[in-house]
Design a protein. Structure first.
Lengths: 293, 293
């Protein structure tokens, strides 16, 4: 019998010895996942060749990341985020046909059951920040308008905070809205120009970011969930391409196709026509939904 | 500019986008380790293609593994153990020249400052279990005896528990001993036949083992730390090859070269000669220390 048949460990056959212990009766998907994790983990260890002290530092980091997590703070999701794993899992689960809008991560700040508003409403309830008009169309991959598409949008205020992070400071449901398209597939509403903001960086993940010379910021964006009967639900953002963090999102949520244009409108005729007090930002962006499979 | 140069995420270039954010000023070893972890992690995710639910199950598992860990229980070390990672790190850090005894993991039950005993002493202080004589030589790779080698040995009792797990039941320092070789390099002492025992399996790691059809047991063994001036310190075990778990150590600590022979001696002349009451076990095992580099 070879060493492997006997199940005895060597540096060379380490991964095979471990995976050989998975019972044949194991649920097939679990066996597949654990085998793959084992192989890649051993390959990483063999490339890195950690010292015992480095191994112990990893054990401590993983433990502290668990200890930082509770019902309100999920440090392991942050860790997944800053390694680009959350985005990769999102990408794998949301491959879109050519021409359809791309997805990005949901993030932790979505709120269900936001009241539906009529087109043209202002989701900025406290009137703070720079007024911003957002408009465009919801289309299918043939370029035709989708009627009855539900647009669920949420964004930070001018200080980079969501309403749920500033209860008592921002009005409830501030900068959140739900809209539904008519037969022409168009949408338009008012908000306030969003700002970049940091992910929580007072834990082990923040410490890791600093040690890598990375900042904790996400570039300014609006979040969307777009739903329509007969189409795949799209969870995405649109980003301000002029944000100083646009090329270094701490969670890698930016895709090239998610860059919108945030135009500052200073034309007095347009200002008068929209009925605002002064210059405003305008974002014109179409979304294309993939047919449901 | 390409998408990569802009730092924007695609499924294909995901790992490169993440590693490109590591600052040039980062401590080189940290940058190397985090880059390697990122590449292998993304390769694993791309092979596994986890669903969002599977990803969330992984987040929860890692969080619970952290929550189970405290000053007394280190569930992340157990996780490293049952994936064979602890053994692999040990192997990488303890490559031995041809002919030298191999290492295995230290484990959590070593106790410092055990009193030194004279050769021939019995480390089984409560007289329980099957008497066992352990003897052999400490040699260098030329086959010559090493004088003044320190032998630090510890083992479970007949019930599979170390003294520190049964305070008040076993005497302090039960089944632990420190010995020092004379000019002939030989050693001999008495103990009790050790038994297999489970790693702690009441946490997430135990649950994972069960879901993989794996048991939590380690086959019976004696632990050693062997030290001598001019030689590499050797942390190792010797195992009972007849243990029912010898081919399935939960932590993969068994190497072929660490199998000893546990002989049951029933010859009345030998029994009388050793001055014991009846049959006893005998383990004859030489250790070969590598020169320090």
């Amino acid at each position: 019998m070879s060493t492997l048949e006997q199940g005895f460990f060597t540096e060379e056959n380490s991964a095979e010895v471990v995976t050989s212990q998975i019972a044949a009766t194991t649920e097939p998907r679990l066996a597949e996942v654990i085998s793959a994790i084992t192989r890649h983990l051993h390959a990483a260890v063999k490339e890195i060749e950690p010292t015992q002290d480095e191994w112990m530092a990893a054990i401590k980091f993983l433990t502290e990341t668990g200890h930082k997590s509770d019902d309100w703070r999920q440090e392991y999701i942050l860790l997944s985020d800053i390694f680009g794993v959350s985005m990769l899992v999102d990408a794998i689960n949301n491959r879109k046909p050519s021409g359809a809008s791309e997805s990005t991560v949901l993030g932790p700040f979505h709120v269900p059951n936001v009241p539906e508003m009529s087109m043209g409403s202002n989701i900025c309830l406290d009137g703070k920040g720079h007024p911003m008009l957002i408009k465009g169309r919801i289309l299918n991959t043939d370029g035709n308008p989708i009627e009855g598409a539900k647009i669920d949008v949420w964004q930070t205020n001018d200080d980079g905070f969501y309403d749920v992070q500033q209860k008592g400071i921002q009005p409830d449901f501030n900068l959140r809205g739900v809209f539904r398209t008519g037969s022409d597939g168009t949408y338009n509403f008012w908000g306030a120009k969003p700002r970049f903001y940091p992910i929580p960086d007072d834990g082990p993940v923040g410490k890791l970011l600093r040690s890598l010379g990375r900042h904790p910021y996400r570039p300014a964006h609006l979040h969307y969930i777009l739903e329509a009967r007969g189409y795949e639900t799209l969870v995405t953002h649109i980003f301000d391409p002029d944000d100083k963090y646009i090329q270094s999102d701490a969670v890698f949520g930016v895709k090239e196709s998610l860059l919108a244009k945030f135009d500052l409108i200073e034309d007095p005729a347009r200002i008068a026509n929209e009925g605002v007090d002064g210059p405003f930002y305008e974002v014109v962006h179409d979304f294309v939904l993939a047919p449901s499979s």
